[in-house]
Ligand binder design. Structure first.
Ligand code: GLN
Length: 533
């Protein structure tokens, strides 16, 4: 029978609940258990696919094409395993299922209610994950006390009652704010947050406390007393240099051992984390200095919008034993000030994915600058599409070439929706989502990076390189070095006479992990190092 861990948050949001959940997952995995992670999002949207990245951050795409919360990215990176649609659900999805059942008459005339119908649906989705795993860790989004997370907490209360006492474990993550006037960390908000949780009927088994200062033993004892816990179950997680330190910190605090002891399960005497420690050492003390990689996009004020790209750069930096300093460049600023001044001092450039016209001309200017000045370049999704537009305009000489997403009446629609062609599975207007096979051609930059002919990468886009222009682009020197196996559509382009210039229709950042850094990012950072001397 699977065991269940619930992770809730108190006091404020943004405490790093996703990373804590992922870290506990990693520790339990290294104790030899099959672990599954689940993120529950209390909003009514069915998925974050339609949400503004300004508000919600990146949409993370899984192999099976689910558009999920960015915490799923942390889960994959820490567990070093691919997750699925089942690992994330929202209030919207639970209601959608329930309403569909109600319309089909499956409730046989009953009044359909939050308790028990909604909570039953939630419990059954949680238990579904327990079918083929030893431990399921459920992270509840939001903060205890929010109206919208109440049905989930109620479902957890019921589930804890139904399972044996050694079958569940509740972890509550809180903040101890620092008041400079008092000169100390305050424990009251944590006490109140635990009270709130108890009011709902959940007594936490462990508290993890974040703070911006060192937490004293006195504070720990006080919190433990009010929370009805032994002091060893109040874990101090204050100053942490990087998110990748957290598993080691939780290990030191015996978090995995405490959980497994309550579950009555054996624990490893010293779970092997050597690979993780080696990775972390290279992240924190690289021996080769720093490279600066520019990221030119629309959402540069919100780092979460490009979360996986930033993390992929950390992984690639560690792989090359160098620190990568990401430099955010606003594409609309490039339009105003020109590429030269905005890209000054950059050793490499990334154009990330994106939707909508704003800033696209700035991105095209940045790509032209990188191509002409031999700056190592990686284009991703929209980044590939704009690379093709730039090349069509300035090398092939197709004036006003564009994507029909940005100029529906362009004379040269080099990027276009795919017409409904017989024999192709992808149709115009439908988003291509999830993993599919790509064939790489030998003697190309991309092949030399992967050293594999068939790769699998994740997609999230609608527009494609227009077949009608492919020959013209190739004749002018844009090499198509990767194609979709099923449709023959363009997946990777590159140019030869350049130290590193490559763009992919897929999103490599979703598959980069600390312990398996992505070849495209590793290659970009390596080329940028050479650039830098
Ligand atoms: N807007 C483009 C498309 O739909 C690119 C999408 C992306 O970069 N993720 O094809």
């Amino acid at each position: 029978m699977a065991k269940y861990i619930f992770v809730t948050g108190g006091v404020v949001s943004s405490l790093g609940k996703g990373v804590i959940t992922a870290s506990i997952g990693l520790l339990l995995k290294r104790n030899g258990y099959r672990v599954k992670l689940l993120k529950i999002d209390p909003y009514i949207n069915v998925d974050p696919g339609t949400m503004n990245p300004f508000q919600h951050g990146e949409v993370f795409v899984t192999d099976d094409g689910a558009e999920t919360d960015l915490d799923i990215g942390h889960y994959e990176r820490f567990l070093n395993q691919s997750l699925k649609r089942e690992n994330n659900f929202t209030t919207g999805q639970v209601y959608a299922t329930l309403i569909e059942k109600e319309r089909k008459g499956e409730f046989l005339g009953q009044t359909v209610q939050v308790v028990p119908h909604l909570t039953n649906e939630i419990k059954s989705r949680i238990r579904q994950l327990g079918v083929d795993s030893d431990i399921v860790i459920v992270e509840v989004g939001g903060t205890v006390g929010d109206i919208e997370s109440l049905p989930f907490l109620e479902a957890i209360r019921q589930l804890r009652l139904e399972e044996p006492p050694s079958g569940t474990f509740s972890i509550h993550l809180t903040l101890l704010p620092y008041l400079s006037a008092a000169g100390e960390l305050k424990t009251k908000p944590t006490q109140h947050s635990v009270q709130k949780l108890r009011e709902i009927g959940i007594q936490p088994d462990m508290l993890i406390c974040r703070a911006e200062k060192e937490i004293t033993w006195d504070a720990v004892r006080k919190i433990a007393l009010f929370a009805n816990l032994p002091p060893k179950r109040v874990v101090r997680a204050s100053v942490m240099p990087t998110i990748y330190d957290i598993p080691l910190l939780l290990r030191k605090a015996n978090v995995d051992r405490e959980i497994l002891t309550q579950f009555g399960l054996p624990f490893a005497e010293s779970p092997d984390l050597t690979d993780w420690e080696n990775f972390l050492r290279r992240v924190k003390n690289p021996s080769r200095g720093t490279v600066r990689i520019g990221l030119c996009g629309k959402y540069v004020h919100i780092r979460d919008s490009y979360k996986s790209i930033f993390e992929a750069l950390v992984h690639a930096g560690a792989a090359n034993d160098i620190k990568v300093e990401p430099v955010l460049i606003s594409s609309t600023d490039v339009e105003k000030n020109g590429a030269e001044s905005m890209l000054d001092g950059i050793d490499g450039l990334i154009i990330p994915g994106g939707f909508g016209k704003r800033g696209t001309e700035g991105k095209i200017m940045a790509i032209k600058y990188a191509r002409e000045n031999k700056i190592p370049f990686l284009g991703i999704c929209l980044g590939l599409q704009l690379t093709v537009v730039e090349f069509a305009r300035h090398v092939v000489g197709l004036e006003n070439a564009n994507s029909t997403e940005f100029d529906p009446s362009t004379p040269h629609p080099v990027i276009d929706l795919l017409p409904d062609e017989v024999g192709f599975e992808i149709y115009g207007g439908t988003m291509r989502l999830g993993s599919s096979a790509v064939r790489l051609f030998r003697d190309t930059l991309v092949y030399n990076l992967y050293r594999q002919e068939i790769i699998h990468e994740r997609h999230r886009h609608r527009y494609e390189v227009n077949r009608a222009y492919r020959q013209q682009l190739e004749d002018a020197g844009l090499t198509v070095s990767g194609e979709a196996v099923d449709s023959g559509l363009v997946e990777v382009v590159e140019i030869k006479d350049h130290p590193f210039f490559i763009a992919s229709q897929f999103h490599p950042e979703f598959k980069s992990r600390p312990l398996s850094p992505h070849p495209l990012f590793v290659g970009l950072v390596r080329a940028a190092m050479k650039q830098n001397g």
